[in-house]
Design a protein around this ligand. Structure first.
Ligand SMILES: Cc1ncc(C[n+]2csc(CCOP(=O)(O)OP(=O)(O)O)c2C)c(N)n1
Ligand SMILES: [Mg+2]
Length: 766
């Protein structure tokens, strides 16, 4: 690498440092701040990444690369986008203001510059890595597409997050030569200098996962000093030096730092160490100590190129850096949220060669820096969606007769899809629960995806589920880690917007374990991805299988999650309609992700209304009327009427309760809430779903609601309609028992519904 190029890059990185630091300073101290709220920003975390990012964006990156950024380096990233001409100075001035550049890189909010969203530690990095897996899946299914490389930058303490290691255990990831991770090893987290064991642990854990580990530890000058004939003592001293001591040395005055450095364990100065330091001044010694690989552009570029040398496995670069590099707060253990003072900013401005008033100035057109920028290849641009439109029917024509569960119906819908061209675009994912979530039929037909076919000695033995692994398979099986499930779904559901290739991902898990992966699910939705989650079984209807497997609080989660519609179908046909409608939207790049809370409880399908267009519209609107009491003789909305709202598997109990109540002269209409989520959202719309469902003459009729989950999932109905309500549901931990025992215990069976209706109407027990 030519010296001149390095010198130009060096000037660029100083400008990136200046702009990132100034941008945060401006947001906190210069820009009007009418209410005085803290704005924040991360000057130290940005400075730490400045060299790694400069080498990446101004030298290494190719057109087919996407980057998932260390979230707290956002200001440095924005500065780079500005220098590359993709943001204006005005954009930088509006850092963290409404509708402008976000605190953390967001593809949802700033899609023109951000490839992949990050923020919550560990999640963005893993979803990006699964993105490389998704690209491989597409290539194996005849749709080779970009991006070509997935470059992921993380903080060192970010790797404390267990989800990172859950993901790295997934064997197919170890074969992804398109993945590069860059770890900003500043050995500081938010609160502290990190434990010394981390360096070895990280090295070992990446290697154990099958990754290539490349260390970029010392800068060129320090490396030369260590390799000099007299350098061995210094190398040993630095190797053995605890992280806290190293940080302390960098914070000491130069003379004291040198003294501490050369003092041996016996308290006496070591002549070997003095020899290694040669005739350097105290200041030179301290500068040498801070000469780290992650700030030496030549060393960084060499590490990036080294990572490219092998193409059949991922590589990680552990690059030593200083948090707050080249700023007065460098290596200060409390620098995470620190901001430069006005006088420190003035000093940095002067040191960066910027005149007051020209803080935002770009490089002059005729400068060597501008020439480097002009010569850069364009950054990744997602292609528009391609391929033929995916045709999704409104119905598969299934009978849905007899007694069946919504989980079985889900299996049948997949079987139906498998026969259609649209089924080619479906990819299922399960975290070791494919059999118990009814995917066996689909897997038998579509096989398991593996980048390299793996012959199985079991393949020819007839069994309920044939486990054939081929690159053409359409089911992805992962280990038991729900974070991986959701982040993989997130990656598969993002291929339309990132690669132009549309996949229809469907993931299955037991509903109680939605909470186990909730953070990842939230991130996947935030990233803009679309996918289906079939969560089954749900609720206490699972019965004898026990408390820990019975989901209670998920309805509330379903109502609250943005970007995802929560459904609780009662009958098989509803499952079919909901899935086909949702998938059709996803195929067009519209609509939201779906969350279906399903059950193994057999339900008499004769209770379902006939399959008319109006019935379908009601199901998809979030609710419909299953029993209409208004025509009954003697019906009086002020005297003897009640509305029963039931979600999912509680429909039969509501119908049974209505029949009992009729015998007592209480007229109950039964409404099936197929989506408590849509009913709730409708409250803020004119003529929302709920208003259309309940007629004007029912405005005073009290409500009993019932669902197999926490009662608050439907508890808003009474307030919404301005009538008294008793919300029934499961408000405690689950437990083993027969369905009848449990429904009685939690108060969601037909007698409990009847009793609630009586209470509302002021009737004595019958
Ligand atoms: C899941 C999660 N937990 C906590 C935080 C708060 N947090 C922000 S930065 C940070 C420390 C990050 O340290 P590191 O990854 O080493 O980054 P750097 O030192 O480069 O700032 C923490 C705990 C977060 N963003 N996400
Ligand atoms: Mg760190």
């Amino acid at each position: 690498m030519q010296d001149q190029t390095l010198q130009t890059l060096e000037r660029i990185q100083r400008r990136v440092l200046w702009l990132a630091t100034w941008m945060v300073h401006h947001a906190n101290n210069v820009r009007p701040n009418p209410d005085g709220t803290k704005v924040g920003g991360h000057q130290a975390s940005s400075a730490s990444s400045v060299s790694l990012l400069t080498a990446l964006y101004f030298h290494h990156l190719r057109e087919g690369d996407v980057v998932a950024l260390k979230a707290h380096a956002a200001p440095a990233f924005y500065a780079i986008q500005y220098l590359l001409g993709r943001l204006s100075a005005d954009d930088l001035r509006e850092l963290r203001t409404f509708g402008r550049l976000q605190a953390y890189p967001s593809r949802r909010k700033n899609p023109e510059i951000v490839d992949l969203s990050t923020g919550s530690m560990g999640l963005g990095a893993v979803q990006a890595t699964f993105g490389a897996f998704a690209a491989r899946y597409l290539a194996d299914h005849g749709a080779p597409c970009g991006p070509e490389r997935f470059i992921v930058m993380v903080g060192d303490a970010e790797l404390d997050e267990g989800n990172v290691w859950e993901a790295l255990l997934e064997e197919p990831l170890a074969a992804l030569g398109t993945v590069r991770w860059i770890v900003d090893m500043n050995r500081q987290s938010l609160d502290r200098v990190v434990p010394d064991s981390r360096r070895r642990q990280l090295r070992d854990m990446f290697a154990a996962a099958g990754w290539r580990v490349i260390e970029c530890r010392w800068g060129g000058r320090l490396a030369a000093a260590l390799q000099a004939p007299s350098g061995e003592a210094l190398a040993r001293r630095l190797e053995a030096m605890p992280n806290v001591e190293y940080h302390a040395l960098l914070r000491l005055p130069a003379a004291a730092a040198r003294k501490a450095l050369v003092t041996g364990p016996d308290g006496a100065p070591s002549s070997a160490l003095e020899r290694a330091l040669g005739g350097r001044s105290d200041e030179e010694v301290q500068a040498l100590l801070g000469d780290l690989g992650g700030h030496d552009l030549g060393a960084i570029i060499a590490a990036y190129e080294e990572a490219d040398r092998e193409r059949d496995r991922p590589a990680v670069i552990l690059a030593d850096t200083l948090k707050g590099w080249a700023l007065p707060m460098a290596a200060d253990p409390l620098n995470h949220g620190a901001l430069l003072s006005a006088s420190q900013i003035d000093a940095l401005r002067a040191a960066s060669g910027i005149r007051p008033g020209e803080e935002w100035a770009p490089f002059p057109e005729d400068s060597a820096e501008a020439a480097v920028i002009r010569a850069r290849p364009p950054l990744y641009q997602a292609p528009p969606p391609r391929g033929r439109a995916i045709e999704m029917p409104e119905s598969l024509g299934d009978e849905h007769a007899g007694t069946t569960s919504t989980q079985e119906a889900f299996g049948r819908v997949l079987a139906g899809l498998a026969r259609l061209p649209a089924g080619e675009r479906v990819v299922t994912v399960s975290a070791d629960v494919a059999i118990t979530t009814h995917l066996a039929g689909w897997i038998n037909r579509k096989q398991v995806y593996a980048p390299v076919a793996r012959p199985s000695p079991l393949a020819e033995i007839p069994q309920a589920m044939q486990w054939r692994e081929t690159p053409a398979g359409q089911h992805v099986e992962i280990g038991i880690a729900e974070h991986n499930l959701f982040l993989l779904l997130g990656a598969l559901g993002l291929t339309r917007s990132l690669s132009g290739e549309t996949l229809l991902p469907i993931g299955t898990l037991y509903d109680p374990f939605v909470t186990r992966g909730l953070d990842a699910l939230y991130h996947a939705l935030y990233s803009g991805s679309r996918f289906v989650v079939a969560a089954t079984p749900s609720g206490v209807s699972l019965s004898p299988e026990g408390g820990a497997h019975q989901s209670v609080i998920t309805p509330g989660i379903g109502v609250a999650l943005p970007g995802m519609t929560y459904w609780e179908p009662a009958f098989g046909r509803e499952v079919e309609w909901i899935l086909l409608d949702g998938l059709a939207r996803m195929a067009r790049g519209e609509g939201e992700s779906l969350y279906l809370r399903l059950s193994t409880k057999p339900v008499d399908q004769a209770l379902a209304p006939p399959p008319t267009a109006a019935a379908r519209a009601g199901v998809l609107a979030g609710g419909y009327r299953a029993l209409d009491a208004r025509g009954a003789s003697g019906w009086d909305p002020e005297e003897n009427a009640v509305s029963l709202f039931a979600a999912g598997v509680m429909a039969p109990e509501a119908v049974a309760a209505a029949r009992t109540l009729a015998g007592e002269g209480i007229h109950a209409s039964v409404f099936i809430a197929t989506s408590p989520d849509l009913l709730y959202r409708g409250l803020r719309q004119r003529r929302g779903a709920l208003e259309r469902l309940v007629s004007a003459d029912e405005e005073g009729v009290p409500i009993v609601s019932v669902l197999d989950g926490h009662s608050h999932g439907l508890a808003f109905l009474g307030a919404a309609l301005g009538v008294p309500q008793i919300p029934l549901g499961v408000d405690d931990f689950g437990q083993s028992g027969t369905r009848a025992d449990l429904y009685r215990h939690y108060g969601i069976d037909a007698p409990a519904i009847v009793a609630a209706a009586r209470t509302l109407l002021g009737r004595a027990a019958g």
